[in-house]
Design a protein around this ligand. Structure first.
Ligand code: PLP
Length: 452
C-alpha cells in the first residue's frame, strides 16, 4: 500500500466535501476573555471568541489562577505517577470530596478528561456485570458510545429524549439482566435538555441503572452549579452523574459521582483509570477553586443567561436562523458545509469574530452550523458587534433566513430547521439526526463525534 497516498486521498475527500478541519491558532489572554490573539495568515490579530466551552470564563478567574499558581509553587508541575503509584496528591483528594458534595453523592472519582471518564466508566461497568445490556439515547456523545463499544456488550438505542421509546425498549428485555440507561442532560450541539426525571422513573420501573452525562451543565445550572439534575432535584434518582472540569469550570479533567461502592469498583477495575498518570496537582487545585466558587456564586450563571437571551433576541430581530432550545447553546443554522466555512472565515477575517464552523460527523450532514456560546464576559458592545457582523455576512453570502412576521419577498431562502416554519429533518431527507434516527446510527469509524 502507498500509505502517504492513502492519507492524502482521505484528506482530499474531506476537503472536497467542505469539512476539512482548520484549527484557529489562538493565544488566550489571561484576564481579557473573550479576547484572544489570533496567529492568522496576515500575522497576529485581536479577535473575540464566540465559540468557547469555557462557558463562564472560569479558566481566567483570579481565584482559579491563584489556586493553580500556588499549587505549582508548592507541589511542582506533574503528579509524578498513576493514582496508585505515588500520583495521588492531596489536591485530588480534596477535589473528589468537593465533587461528591456538589452532586450529593457518597463519592467521586477523577479522570484525566470527561472523555476518559465516560469511556472508562461505561466500559468497565458494562463489561463487568454479566449479561449487561446498555440502552443509549440516540444523541449520545462519542465518548459514551466508544466506552460501550469497548465493553462489547449488547446495546439498544432509544429515540432522543423519548421516555416512551425507552420504556418500549426496556419492556422487551429479560428483567433479570443488568441494564444501564445512558443519556446526557444538555446536548452539546442542539442545546436541548433531557427529561431526566421521566427517564429515571422508566429506568427504575425496569430495574435499570442510570448514567447521566452533565458535561455541558455542571457549573451552569442549579443553585450550586450541580447541573440540570440539581436544578430539577433529581440527583438521588441517578446512579452515576458524570461531568467535566474543562468547560464551565475552565480547567481540565473529568469525573463521576456515585455510591462509594461504584466509585471504588471503577477505581479498582478500570484500565482507563488505573494505567495513566494522575492529573497535575495544580489542575486539581484550580478545578477545586472553580467548583467551590460556583457553589457559592450565582452571579456568573445569571449574567450568562442574560447574555444568551440578548444574543437570541438580536438573531430573531435579524431573522438569522437558530435552534430554539432552553439552554445556553445557540446553534445558528447554515445547513451547508461550504457556506458554513465561508461564513466563519469572513467573520474572522473581516470582523475579528471567531466562531468555528461545525460539520459532519459532529452534526449530521445538512445541519451544519455555527455554534455560538455567549459568556458572562461578553459585553453589550461585543454582542452588537457580533450581530452586525452576522447580518453583514449573511446578506453578502445570501445565507438562509428564518421566517419572520413581515412579508417574505419570495427570493429569500428560508431555513427549514430553525424558526417558526421549522420542519422535521426526516422530511428534508436528513436521516442521521438525533431527532429522527440517531447519531448513534452514524458511522464514526476513525472520526470524532460531538467534539464540543
Ligand atoms: N461528554 C460530552 C457530552 C461532551 O460534549 C464532551 C466534550 O465535548 C465530553 C463528554 C468530553 O469532555 P472533555 O472535553 O472533558 O473530555
Amino acid at each position: 500500500m502507498n500509505y502517504e497516498r492513502f492519507f492524502t486521498d482521505q484528506l482530499n475527500a474531506l476537503r472536497s466535501e467542505g469539512r476539512y478541519r482548520v484549527f484557529a491558532d489562538l493565544e488566550r489572554v489571561a484576564g481579557a476573555f473573550p479576547r484572544a490573539k489570533y496567529h492568522g495568515p496576515d500575522g497576529l490579530r485581536d479577535v473575540t471568541v464566540w465559540c468557547s466551552n469555557d462557558y463562564l470564563g472560569m479558566g481566567q478567574h483570579p481565584k482559579v489562577i491563584e489556586a493553580m499558581r500556588e499549587a505549582v509553587t508548592r507541589c511542582g508541575a506533574g503528579a509524578g505517577g498513576t493514582r496508585n503509584i505515588s500520583g495521588t496528591n492531596h489536591h485530588h483528594v480534596l477535589l473528589e470530596k468537593e465533587l461528591a458534595d456538589l452532586h450529593q453523592k457518597e463519592s467521586a472519582l477523577l479522570f484525566t478528561s470527561g472523555y476518559v471518564s465516560n469511556w472508562a466508566t461505561l466500559g468497565t461497568l458494562a463489561a463487568g456485570m454479566p449479561g449487561c445490556i446498555v440502552i443509549s439515547d440516540a444523541g449520545n456523545h462519542a465518548s459514551m458510545i466508544e466506552g460501550v463499544r469497548h465493553s462489547r456488550v449488547e446495546k439498544r438505542i432509544f429515540r432522543h429524549n423519548d421516555p416512551r421509546d425507552l420504556e418500549r425498549r426496556l419492556s422487551d428485555l429479560d428483567p433479570a439482566r443488568p441494564k444501564i440507561v445512558m443519556f446526557e442532560s444538555v446536548y452539546s450541539m442542539d442545546g436541548d435538555i433531557a427529561p431526566i426525571d421521566e427517564l429515571c422513573d422508566v429506568a427504575e420501573r425496569y430495574g435499570a441503572m442510570t448514567y447521566l452525562d452533565e458535561v455541558h451543565a455542571v457549573g451552569m445550572y442549579g443553585p450550586r452549579g450541580g447541573g440540570i439534575s440539581e436544578r430539577e432535584d433529581v440527583r438521588h434518582k441517578l446512579t452515576v452523574i458524570e461531568g467535566t472540569l474543562a468547560k464551565a469550570y475552565g480547567v481540565l479533567g473529568g469525573y463521576i459521582a456515585a455510591s462509594t461502592a461504584l466509585c471504588d469498583y471503577v477505581r479498582s477495575f478500570s484500565s482507563g483509570f488505573i494505567f495513566t498518570t494522575a492529573l497535575p496537582p495544580a489542575l486539581a487545585a484550580g478545578a477545586c477553586a472553580a467548583v467551590s466558587h460556583l457553589k457559592d456564586s450565582s452571579l456568573e450563571r445569571e449574567r450568562h443567561q442574560d447574555r444568551v437571551r440578548r444574543v437570541r433576541d438580536g438573531l430573531d430581530r435579524r431573522r438569522i436562523p437558530h435552534l430554539d432550545n432552553p439552554s445556553h447553546i445557540v446553534p445558528v443554522m447554515v445547513c451547508d458545509p461550504v457556506q458554513c466555512k465561508l461564513i466563519s472565515d469572513l467573520l474572522m477575517d473581516e470582523f475579528g469574530v471567531y466562531i468555528q464552523p461545525i460539520n459532519y460527523p459532529t452534526v449530521p450532514r445538512g445541519l451544519e452550523r455555527l455554534r455560538i456560546t455567549p459568556s458572562p464576559l461578553h459585553s453589550d458592545e461585543d454582542i452588537d458587534h457580533l450581530l452586525d457582523a452576522l447580518e453583514a455576512v449573511w446578506t453578502r453570502v445570501g445565507a438562509m433566513r428564518s421566517a419572520g412576521d413581515e412579508d417574505i419577498d419570495g427570493l429569500t431562502q428560508l431555513c427549514p430547521v430553525a424558526g417558526p416554519m421549522k420542519m422535521d429533518p426526516a422530511e428534508l431527507g436528513v436521516t442521521s439526526c438525533p431527532w429522527v434516527g440517531g447519531r448513534e446510527g452514524l458511522d464514526f469509524s476513525g472520526e470524532a463525534k460531538a467534539d464540543a
